[in-house]
Write a protein that binds this ligand. Structure first.
Ligand SMILES: [Zn+2]
Length: 267
């Protein structure tokens, strides 16, 4: 199962939407994709893509949002979960920014494979003031989703998206929810980035990050990893490869200022 996350950059300086979906299909070729700052074509998702999204986007000033899409799988939006071992009860799965966090069950041939959370860490603080990073909203959106991690789905959850933060700023709630950062656990499989920003490695040669974003189209623009795929233990154990960034997708900058991150899981 090939799971990708990619920021389609339909929020600002938007490239043609059709070109983005074609590039996703032909170049990234995922089974499941989380698309952030994304839009779905006016006539609906391209043929063959089962898609869960909030058509109105994140809000009146943000008509784009997080989209979960897949081919060869069935996706169902998750808005309620059952929690409690003895006193079972159903609780709502809500988000303070609907459209920024989207949750979907992934079924293959009628059987549940995992639950995927698509997440976009808005560049605002919790009062909505612009702050230029997602260090407030990403942990808040994850905390909103905590019922999901107490539910029957807790063993097989993937959280992917553009968190708008550097690896070193990954919030502690990720640990508390039992999530592993798939970039970190596969760091030894990649050569280090030259001048990685916000790196978690103790020594530069231990960096295994991927450049998933550039600040602007200038050749000298700074690059960093701000897009991530996290997974619970059972899924992390099924991970076969983690690829992505500009080195694995060298034509990414033709379609977005973001390059995808791709996790391959064994069947
Ligand atoms: Zn690094």
């Amino acid at each position: 199962m090939r799971v990708a996350t990619w920021n389609m950059q339909q929020g600002y300086n938007a490239p043609p939407l059709k070109r983005c979906w074609t590039w996703l299909t032909d170049t990234v070729a995922p089974d499941i994709a989380v698309l952030t700052e994304a839009r779905v074509p006016a006539g609906g998702p391209p043929a063959g893509w089962d898609t869960v999204w909030r058509p109105e986007g994140i809000g009146p000033t943000r008509r784009w949002g997080t989209v979960i899409t897949g081919r060869g799988v069935e996706l169902t939006a998750v808005d309620h979960v059952t929690i409690g071992r003895f006193r079972r009860r159903t609780v709502e799965v809500t988000s303070r920014y609907p459209g920024a966090a989207v949750v979907a069950d992934v079924n293959v041939d009628g059987e549940w494979w995992a639950t995927v959370v698509g997440l976009y860490g808005l560049n605002v603080d919790l009062k909505g003031r612009k702050c230029g990073h997602g260090r407030h909203t990403t942990p808040a959106l994850l905390r909103d989703l905590s019922p999901l991690f107490e539910s029957d789905r807790r063993d097989r959850i993937i959280v992917a998206g553009d968190f708008n933060l550097h690896p070193r700023d990954m919030p502690p709630v990720v640990d508390r929810l039992g999530l592993f950062d798939l970039t970190e656990i596969t760091a030894h499989t990649r050569s280090p980035l030259d001048q990685c920003t916000g790196c978690t490695a103790r020594r530069p040669e231990e960096c295994g990050h991927l450049w998933s974003h550039r600040n602007n189209p200038s050749p000298n623009a700074s690059r960093q990893q701000i897009d991530f795929i996290l997974a619970t233990n059972d899924l992390a154990c099924e991970l076969s490869t983690l690829t992505g960034g500009i080195r694995d997708f060298p034509d990414s900058w033709n379609v977005s200022d973001h390059a995808p991150i791709v996790a391959e899981f064994r069947d």
